[in-house]
Design a protein around this ligand. Structure first.
Ligand SMILES: *[C@@H]1O[C@H](CO)[C@@H](O)[C@H](O)[C@H]1NC(C)=O
Ligand SMILES: *[C@@H]1O[C@H](CO)[C@@H](O)[C@H](O)[C@H]1NC(C)=O
Ligand SMILES: *[C@@H]1O[C@H](CO)[C@@H](O)[C@H](O)[C@H]1NC(C)=O
Length: 458
């Protein structure tokens, strides 16, 4: 028997959130903000009285300003949204091959090292889902399925090569009847680097309907097929160093504007990229305005973690030029040293665009116009304006912090809200059929409960 619709899902039909579909005028927005603020504080009261109060993040990770709904920057209604979401997280022991994707062929890749650095989201999102109140242990009631994999890290550390990654993914998918059932449409994968889903060479055959979480939303990069699709995938923030996202003591505290030595900086490797090389040249011409040394990945010209942030905080504007791909971690880091990020990456796509107004908290400048003109422009912006942008950024940056879903504002809560919009009442696939009595069958009219791995793919 395989009746997929459970009672609770039918109710979803009638619980659409009006905020999401209304175009608001200013007046509406103000009214809505008041309403949202009220709902928001009531919800928090409720959380406090019923929820587990021992979260290590509460009061430690996010400062008080994070708890006020950021009015003009974040769209009204966002924080008030009620989530009705059940996510099944595949267990590493349940599917043959998952452990390879998490710890490499010898099982030696350490999760503790994979959780650090800009690609740590692949581990963090998995861990947060395991603790989440939206996790279900029953596949039959799940709206969405999460497939854990730390493959970016595993590959970097030599734990698997491209061929092994490709074959392992295919093997993993072939063991998942629920993946087959929806054609993968309700399955979630994290690809934390600029390569996006291309880390899995044959992604286009197997994962082209699945929900991909990635910081890289550029559709023009290198390969002729883009792995990002606006309608089904979700852009996630990069993983900012934990030392900077905790409140106290933060690894490096921001400096008052008046004490910053530079107008702007760019601290990174050139990687032979035109924009970055241009910045390094420009810094030689204007050493008092722009700090942009050519940094290396290792050796004496590599900045240590603390030094890096000590430099980063010393400018009013942090330039974020594109590198190998469009997204850049510097954009997210800027908010924690409180410089205004200046995006120099034309094709960039940013997370949570349905709610965040990026014109309020950052600047985007054409990559082709990196030069004195840019410095002159930045210099023309009064400190008061800069302070205002920084202040708004301070109220939004909780959205870049990977904290548990007990925090109402975090990268994870943002992702959950986006996932909510992906939930479907019904899933179809070419190879799935249904009968008058709710039975789901395959092409040979075999009932779903009798589908046995290996599943035919894709
Ligand atoms: C639904 O109908 C099919 C075809 O008559 C039958 O084989 C199947 O057992 C039925 N399923 C249920 C749940 O009654
Ligand atoms: C990935 O693996 C599948 C299954 O083994 C294979 O059919 C496909 O050709 C592989 N893709 C690449 C790019 O090697
Ligand atoms: C996904 O891949 C399958 C198998 O290669 C192909 O038939 C289908 O057209 C692809 N769908 C999309 C939306 O690209």
């Amino acid at each position: 028997m395989a009746t997929i619709n459970s009672g609770n899902k039918s109710t979803r039909l009638f619980s659409a959130h009006p905020h999401q579909h209304t175009t608001c005028t200013r007046v509406h927005q103000i009214a809505a903000i008041a309403l949202v603020a009220a709902t928001f504080f009531l919800t928090r009261l409720f959380d406090h009285s019923l929820g587990p109060c021992s979260s290590p993040y509460r009061n430690s990770l996010l400062d008080a300003t994070h708890y006020t709904a950021p009015d003009d920057v974040v769209r009204a209604g966002w924080y008030g949204t009620h989530l009705n979401l059940k996510i099944y997280v595949y267990d590493e022991g349940e599917i043959d091959g998952l452990k390879l994707l998490m710890y490499g062929r010898d099982g030696k890749i350490s999760t503790e090292s994979c959780v650090k650095g800009q690609w740590g989201t692949q581990v963090k999102i998995h861990r947060l889902l395991l603790q989440s109140t939206f996790r279900t242990r029953k596949k039959e009631e799940a709206d969405l399925f999460f497939v854990p994999s730390y493959v970016k890290c595993v590959r970097m550390m030599g734990g698997l090569n491209d061929k092994e990654i490709n074959q392992t993914y295919v093997k993993v998918l072939s063991q998942m009847p629920y993946f087959r059932l929806s054609g993968g449409r309700n399955h979630i994968f994290v690809f934390p680097s600029g390569a996006g889903a291309h880390l899995f060479k044959s992604w286009a055959t197997y994962l082209n309907r699945s929900i991909i979480l990635t910081p890289e939303g550029d559709r023009t990069d290198k390969r002729d097929t883009s792995a990002f699709n606006t309608w089904k995938d979700i852009i996630i923030p990069g993983n900012v160093d934990d030392g900077m996202t905790v409140l106290k003591p933060r690894l490096v505290e921001p400096l008052p504007l008046s004490r910053r030595k530079y107008l702007a900086n760019y601290l990174g490797r050139a990687q032979g990229k035109i924009g970055r090389l241009r910045l390094i040249e420009l810094a030689k011409e204007y050493p008092n305005k722009l700090e942009s040394p050519e940094l290396k990945l290792s050796g004496p010209d590599k900045l240590g973690r603390t030094d890096y942030f000590l430099h980063l905080r010393n400018a009013k504007f942090c330039l974020a030029p594109r590198g190998e791909s469009s997204w850049t971690l510097r954009f997210y880091e800027s908010f924690f040293v409180e410089c205004v990020p200046v995006i120099l990456s034309d094709q960039v796509e940013l997370p949570f665009q349905n709610v965040v107004d990026y014109t309020q908290i950052s600047i985007k400048w054409p990559n082709s116009r990196i030069g004195k003109e840019l410095l002159d422009y930045l210099e023309s912006i009064p400190d008061k304006k800069i302070e205002e942008m920084i202040e708004r950024g301070r109220r939004v940056r909780c959205l870049w912090v990977y904290a548990p879903d007990s925090e109402s504002c975090s990268a994870f809560s943002g992702i959950l809200r986006e996932l909510q919009t992906k939930v479907r009442q019904f899933h179809q696939s070419t190879e799935t059929f249904w009968l008058h009595n709710g039975s789901i069958v395959n092409r040979d009219l075999v009932d779903f409960s009798k589908w046995k791995p290996p599943m035919p793919l894709p």
